[in-house]
Design a binder for this molecule. Structure first.
Ligand code: DAH
Length: 335
């Protein structure tokens, strides 16, 4: 760029360019950009001053310097425009918020209906001195069947449609068909007195319909001590039914068969004029006590097992168990 010694401001085009570009670079607010525009490009600005000074130059020099100064004006104008646009787009998000849009209610999640029921059931038993524990969903045949007095050749095994886990090294691994294996596991590692309540998922190989799912929850209970009788079983489960279904709830116990209890019963509640079964129960079979290393002449106990989905279905008049696992918000948000 040619020298422009002798202009009115005493500044060359080159010097002005350096100063203008540096000042524009360091302008970082709209106010500073505007100050830059006034300072360099304004009516009394430095570029205008330089152009005005051209008159005092020799004609040849005036042509050269004039052309350079006009080019500089073009360059500075487009640099300035670029910076203004940049600063606009960096503020865009603020400008794009529509503050007139009415507020929407934030949606929040909730506990699954099965979880809510499980918590209610376990709490009822916690208040009666039972401790909540959990066990493995992938279980050994030994705990799911053998230690519960269901040997390999026993026809009772056919009641449980088992999902076996395919494993090259083991052929005794399965998805637990009930939470009862935790009876055996608890007794194996603890001495009486025992009072536990065991919620958890169970799996069975069966087709689904309104009252059957291939996976579902169960809540198992176990109490073992010296001197526990069938009266303790009845009193505990009666109190449980009153807490879940209300103080005037009537219950009924009838004989039933489960290999790990003797005698075994099913418990029903009187629901809208009908007796509906809500759980299996019984006095822990002496063989189950012995299998766990307990002296069955010294200790007795009771056990029970129920399906929280079934209890929720009764209380909430739900007609199809599959709703619990279909992930449909129209169902889930009603709880
Ligand atoms: N495990 C049984 C089932 O899945 C339920 C059950 C019945 C559990 C009687 C018990 C019991 O502890 O005493 O059908």
């Amino acid at each position: 760029m040619p020298k422009t010694e002798g202009t009115q401001t005493g500044e060359t085009v080159e010097e002005l360019k350096l100063a203008a570009v540096a000042a524009l670079d360091s302008a970082d607010s709209n106010d500073q950009l505007e100050a830059w525009r006034v300072d360099f490009m304004g009516r009394k600005g430095r570029l205008t001053g330089l152009l005005r000074g051209l008159g005092s130059l020799e004609i040849d020099e005036r042509k050269v310097v004039g052309a350079a100064a006009n080019r500089l004006r073009g360059e500075l104008e487009s640099l300035f425009e670029e910076r203004v646009n940049q600063s606009k787009s960096s503020q865009a998000p603020v400008g794009s918020i529509d503050i007139t849009l009415p507020g929407r209610k934030p949606s929040h999640g909730g506990l699954h209906p099965s979880t809510q029921m499980i918590r209610e059931i376990t709490q009822a038993f916690n208040e009666m001195g039972f401790q909540t524990i959990e066990g493995p969903e992938v279980e050994l045949e030994k705990y799911n069947f053998d230690m519960l007095n269901i040997p390999a050749d026993h026809p009772a095994r056919d009641q449980w449609d088992t999902i076996w886990v395919d494993d090259d090294t083991h052929n005794d691994v399965l998805l637990r068909t009930h939470t009862s294996p935790m009876q055996a596991r608890t007794m194996e590692t603890n001495d009486p007195p025992i009072r536990v309540i065991v919620p958890g998922k169970c799996y069975r190989y069966e087709s689904t319909d309104a009252t059957h799912e291939w996976h579902f929850n169960q809540v198992e209970g176990l109490a073992v001590d010296e001197g526990i009788t069938f009266a303790d079983l009845k009193g505990t489960l009666y109190e449980f039914a009153r807490r879940i279904f209300g103080p005037s709830m009537k219950v009924r116990f009838r004989c039933d068969f489960f290999p790990f209890v003797e005698p075994g019963v099913d418990m029903s509640i009187e629901w809208q004029g009908n007796w509906l079964e809500i759980m299996g129960a019984g006095m822990v079979h002496p063989k189950v006590l012995e299998n766990a290393g307990y002296d069955s002449t010294k200790y007795t106990g009771f056990a029970f097992g129920m399906g929280p989905e079934r209890i929720s279905m009764l209380r909430n008049e739900i007609t199809d168990i599959r709703h619990f696992f279909s992930n449909d918000l129209r169902f889930l948000t009603q709880f």
